[in-house]
Write a new protein. Structure first.
Length: 136
């Protein structure tokens, strides 16, 4: 389960990564589960933090950025698949403070005798996910 705090509520979310969007790394509520944030703190204990970042590059800007977002999504799914009994992931980045963003660097290259761009993408700052376990 992937959760995000929003005001006084902690709720389940799904990834909503879109290369075309202004905020490419976003999450959408799915309505499957929600809990007052105060109650969440009473029921769950933080075990560890996972910091996820991704890198991608290529000759086509949109393709390289989409590969970056797919890599990040795959990492999240991998973490979800390794969660133990009663464990959840909580997004710990704060919107507007340390929210992960896609960063681009363009490099001039000569390909087949012509000047071309090569695009390098990264996620910075990392997406911080807390692994929490429900207390028995």
């Amino acid at each position: 389960m992937l959760l995000k705090r929003s005001g006084s509520t902690t709720h389940t979310v799904v990834t909503d990564f879109k290369a075309e969007a202004l905020n490419e790394i976003s999450f959408a509520r799915d309505g499957a589960f929600s809990l007052p944030t105060e109650r969440f703190g009473e029921l769950y204990t933080r075990i560890r933090e996972e910091a996820l970042t991704a890198l991608a590059d290529g000759p086509v800007q949109k393709d390289a950025e989409e590969a970056l977002l797919e890599e990040l999504d795959d990492q999240i799914e991998g973490l979800r698949g390794r969660l133990g009994e009663g464990e959840i992931l909580l997004i710990e980045n704060d919107t507007g403070v340390d929210w992960p963003k896609t960063r681009e660097r363009r490099q001039d290259v000569i390909r087949e005798g012509e000047n071309r761009f090569h695009f390098h993408w990264r996620v910075d700052p990392p997406l911080r996910l807390g692994v929490y376990r429900r207390e028995a």
